[in-house]
Design a protein around this ligand. Structure first.
Ligand code: AMP
Length: 395
């Protein structure tokens, strides 16, 4: 599907009311706000079809037979058999292995998860895989940013840093970058709601909020994570709080399928200047929409402020967020078509931290999740030479 120039872009946010970042279990007293800009495309990495040990070793571009990232000891693994082979001795040696699943287009948010994983584990595996099953049929699989060379450079640099820092238990031991054929041996996964295939569904949480507008998204996420967890067999997995609903889905997956895995949730890394959560998809925005993309974060911070001032009722808390959104909308409507930014609120939610069900009142002993998504609409009229963002601002 060719990228549509200057299409809508989605922004989501999560903010902590009680700034207790949850790690292995939910803090009973936090209230968060989420945002990210969405985009995707397939990082097609040359696939290795043979599953034998010999062939996984001989897939290497290096002389020694084991493929590594350039000028680095980090192993590059492309097949499930090569991961299993790499994994086995660490199990026997009782060395802990962490997995940080990513879709590439790495930024400081991903790196902060890897840093944390290296502090707490002997080995870190970073997976880079753009998973088609979590893209809806009309979503941005084809235009998702592909930055393999930059990803590799960042990982090599970070690994050196980790090795020099005595506070870490481990460092990046391997990058797992499989092909879709490797991850879906039964064939390219269906992207329709009624597609047949081997899927993992986590409901009702996967049907709420993000799952409402993207009905196959969490099915795709849960399915690929189940696969990655089965292949890597990590003791710990690291996910970002930015995608808070995803972390709830993953916790359910691990709990309900009795997987011996600890789910660790890392804090959201944001732009230092204006607080926008870092996201691989922010590149879709272009400068004009990027400047206004903080509206949701500001709205959720206002709602957080209301909570901190003692507001407990849904109406009071969400009204504060709506006030910010409406104010920015009015401001933009007063501008000309070459200046203004238009957006639509997808949802602003105040939800229970365990179920993501909407709540009428926050119990401070339990906390809650304040999250939202807005759709940044296409720029109506571009200025002369205006950059509308990656792929013409698709999504
Ligand atoms: P993605 O590559 O977008 O699928 O993200 C991979 C992992 O990185 C997910 O667990 C995300 O929640 C996490 N992540 C993405 N952006 C950030 C961020 N700004 N701060 C912290 N973690 C993030």
């Amino acid at each position: 599907m060719p990228p549509t120039a200057n299409a809508a872009a989605l922004i989501r946010h999560t903010v902590l009311l009680h700034p207790a970042i949850y790690t292995t279990t939910f803090s009973k007293t936090f209230l968060t706000t989420t945002s990210r800009a969405v985009s995707r495309s397939c990082t097609v990495i040359p696939k290795v079809t043979s599953r034998t040990m010999a062939s996984s070793c001989s897939s290497s571009s290096s002389k020694g037979g084991l493929e590594k990232l350039p000028s680095s000891p980090v192993r590059l693994l492309r097949t499930t058999s090569s991961v299993r082979l790499w994994r086995r001795p660490h199990l026997l040696d009782h060395r802990t292995v962490a997995l940080v699943p990513t879709m590439g287009a790495l930024h400081s948010g991903h790196l902060s998860l890897i840093r944390r994983a290296a502090r707490e584990n002997h080995h870190v595996v970073v997976s880079i895989y753009v998973n088609p099953a979590q893209f809806g049929i009309s979503e941005d699989l084809d235009s998702y940013p592909q930055t393999w060379d930059s990803d590799v450079a960042q990982l090599v640099k970070l690994d050196r840093e980790l090795a020099d820092d005595g506070d870490n238990l481990g460092r990046i031991s391997a990058v797992f970058a499989p092909s879709t054929k490797e991850m879906y041996p039964g064939g390219f996964p269906g992207q329709e709601v009624d597609s047949k295939g081997s899927f993992v569904t986590i409901t009702p949480v996967g049907e709420l909020l993000e799952g409402r507008t993207r009905p196959t998204f969490f099915r795709g996420v849960a399915t690929v994570c189940m696969k990655l967890f089965n292949v890597v067999q990590p003791e710990r997995v690291y996910f970002g709080q930015k995608d808070v609903q995803q972390t709830v889905v993953i916790r359910r997956l691990v709990r309900d399928f009795m997987m011996p895995i600890e789910v660790v949730v890392g804090r959201t890394e944001r732009d230092e200047k204006d607080g926008l959560a870092l996201s691989s998809r922010n590149v879709y925005l272009g400068e004009r929409r990027r400047q206004k993309a903080t509206v949701l974060y500001r709205a959720l911070k206002a709602a957080e402020g209301e909570y901190k001032r003692g507001g407990r009722k849904r109406g009071e808390i969400l009204r504060a967020a709506e006030g910010v959104v409406e104010g920015v909308k009015r401001e933009e409507e007063g501008k000309g078509v070459e200046e203004r930014v238009r957006f639509e609120v997808d949802y602003i939610s105040l939800a229970d931290p365990d179920t993501m069900e909407e709540i009428e009142e926050v119990d401070p002993a339990r906390g809650g999740i304040l999250s939202g998504a807005i759709k940044m609409l296409p720029v109506e009229k571009a200025r002369e030479g205006e950059d509308l963002g990656h792929s013409g601002g698709r999504r």
